[in-house]
Design a protein around this ligand. Sequence first.
Ligand SMILES: Nc1ncnc2c1ncn2[C@@H]1O[C@H](COP(=O)(O)OP(=O)(O)O)[C@@H](O)[C@H]1O
Ligand SMILES: [Mg+2]
Length: 278
Amino acid sequence: MISIENLDFIYPSGNHALKSINLTVQRGEFVAVVGRNGSGKSTFAGVVSGLVRPTKGAVFINGINTKSKSRFIELRKTLGMVFQNPENQLVFEKVRDDIAFGLRNLNFSDAEIENRIEEISKIMGIEGFTDSFELSMGQKQRVAIASVLAMNPQCIVFDEPTAMLDPKGKKDIHNIVVDLHKSGITVVYVTNVIDEVLPADRIVVIENGSIKDEFKKQELFDNIEKMKSFGLEIPLIMDLLYTLKQKGIDIFVNKWAVNDVADNIYAYIENIKGHINV
Ligand SMILES: Nc1ncnc2c1ncn2[C@@H]1O[C@H](COP(=O)(O)OP(=O)(O)O)[C@@H](O)[C@H]1O
Ligand SMILES: [Mg+2]
């Protein structure tokens, strides 16, 4: 789906923000990108989504080079991007104008646009939203995602989409991302909220503009010390199990949703009870 080859990006100021990046994202994957502030995550998101051109190397989306001018529209339809601040993404006063914007540019008919707005609004739970300025940041982020979804993309790049939201907004948006991935959309998810990496298939660590490491979901728990050495937090639920493990309580977990972990802890306790006959 996405192939990044020997990518470098240098800002006009001379800041060498991305260095020798190679990464492939398969169709249907959920890849989380983590790293400290200033490590290059937003630059990476911009280049991957084709909004910014690589200084060196190339990014291919379904085999199409993001530099290709003749296939620009095809690229825009295939891949969308959601920014940290929804206010940078929404330009109109009326919610429906923002959702319709991309479709109008692609010369969809009014009837098609109406249908699409209705369909997307239902999916995103924003049917009652009319004026952007009346919305909370979390609601605005929903509209921003809706405006991207209207193009029916195969892939969405998210750049810290929950960073500016209150706790409920963060949870809402993150759940929406997980649902979109379940519906088949390929997700590249830049975050510094470490708990948000848990649904990802792979976690890519960026430091000083380079990919420093990459963990599969199943490998994360065994690489906690390494994650810490990158200055990353550990997902709370993993930290709990890791701390228990250091105390000699080794609970096997293969899914990190609270329910699954609770089931495993319960099974562990039941097993002990069986052995000591309480
Ligand atoms: N428009 C810009 N011009 C010059 N340097 C920039 C610009 N935007 C970001 N940078 C620099 O590029 C590096 C990576 O920034 P960024 O991609 O925003 O990191 P992150 O999203 O991980 O915080 C930083 O050193 C930052 O100061
Ligand atoms: Mg950033």
